[in-house]
Design a protein around this ligand. Sequence first.
Ligand code: ZN
Length: 100
Amino acid sequence: MAEPWETRREKILRLLKETETPLSTDQISLLLEIDRKDVYEDLVHIARSLHKSRWQLIMFPPRCLKCGYVFSSDKPKKPSKCPKCRGERVSDPLFKVISR
Ligand SMILES: [Zn+2]
């Protein structure tokens, strides 16, 4: 599936365009065999590089699994604690690339 000449970021971009359902950074890292900490960095870069294109990286924000608080951060990082209830079980942010 992955073409050998594609860069890591191109692979992520293509995966997020082709996927039917939004993916977490864990899934991206597993599917493409990329270190998870690189995925976050690449997503920030991809979001920036798509700024003026017809594509858009969208993030489904993380949610507290205890009280349902939805994080509004626009950074693709998984928060460690809920600011509302201090719960530590937080769902993964999910990503997908859509055309505008
Ligand atoms: Zn909470």
